[in-house]
Design a protein around this ligand. Structure first.
Ligand code: ADP
Length: 260
């Protein structure tokens, strides 16, 4: 609580009492904490690749560049870490853009089927290289009002994650269903799963169940925060169920008609 106090005086200047105003600032403090945590997280995430780039560059300059195999190895690491830095900055900018109050979707009538087919073309090679069976099932009329670019971004993120967190030989099935006034998208994988205690946190910015695994799969920890925002901007609902060691299902429900 924040407390403000003021004396109440009588006409003759005698103290009659005190007025106290108690202001509940729990919400404000929480917001402040979220902001501080965010800055700490961003700094940490940026620092890791920069430290690595700096270290390997110095080692090269200190003489390692005269050895052909070392030169190639270190330059590859530097290239990979720079790419990671770039991805991170792009996702941060993206998140900040869609969190602005003036962010608007570009509404049009669009068919989710076409979007999902494009996403499949983009990701099928990646799944194949990892030895993952990627399947698509489409049912009913999947036409809806929405922002095609953003719907594609949602699907890419979820399917990318499903591929990233599923070991070789596993399955990723995408189920797209057109109902009477809704379109549902389920992304089902037979991957590592997420424990019940971690599930509520995975949509938080930078929250990752396994930092090392996420890093190896090129993850920034921002994907699901972006997805949630975009789903909600469409007045949609996103939910997730999971079993450790068995797999995870992300489900989204969109209204076919734009909600006021
Ligand atoms: P990342 O870039 O790390 O993948 P996301 O925001 O997309 O970040 O996801 C947050 C975390 O949720 C991931 O680090 C991972 O631990 C977990 N996660 C997301 N999707 C899946 C999935 N399909 N299976 C298992 N874990 C997942």
């Amino acid at each position: 609580f924040e407390v403000y106090g003021a004396p109440v005086m009588s006409n003759r200047g005698k103290l009659k009492g005190i007025v106290l105003v108690l202001h509940d600032i729990t919400g404000l403090k929480k917001l402040e904490q979220v902001r501080t945590d965010f800055v700490a997280n961003v700094s940490h995430e940026l620092k890791t690749p920069v430290t690595s780039i700096k270290g390997f560059t110095e080692t090269l300059l200190d003489g390692a560049m005269h050895s052909e195999p070392l030169r190639e190895k270190f330059l590859n690491i530097i290239a990979k870490e720079s790419e990671r830095l770039q991805d991170l900055i792009e996702e941060l900018l993206e998140l900040s853009r869609i969190e602005q109050s003036y962010f608007r979707l570009n509404w049009h009538t669009t068919n989710f089927k076409t979007i999902i087919e494009e996403v499949f073309d983009l990701l099928k090679e990646k799944a194949k290289n990892k030895g993952i069976h990627l399947d698509l099932v489409i049912e009913g009329d999947t036409t809806l009002e929405g922002d095609a670019t953003r719907l594609k971004q949602i699907a890419i993120n979820l399917i990318n994650n499903a591929i990233a967190y599923t070991p070789t030989g596993g399955h990723v099935t995408v189920f797209l269903k057109g109902r009477e006034n809704r379109v549902e998208l389920d992304v089902i994988d037979t991957g590592v799963g997420i424990s019940e205690s971690e599930l509520p946190r995975i949509f938080e910015r930078f929250y990752r169940v396994d930092r090392a695994r996420s890093r190896n799969s090129g993850g920034t920890g921002l994907g699901l925060a972006i997805v949630k925002h975009l789903v909600e901007a469409h007045s949609g609902i996103i939910s997730v169920t999971s079993q450790v060691g068995k797999g995870t299902t992300f489900s989204i429900e969109f209204h076919k008609e734009r909600q006021q």
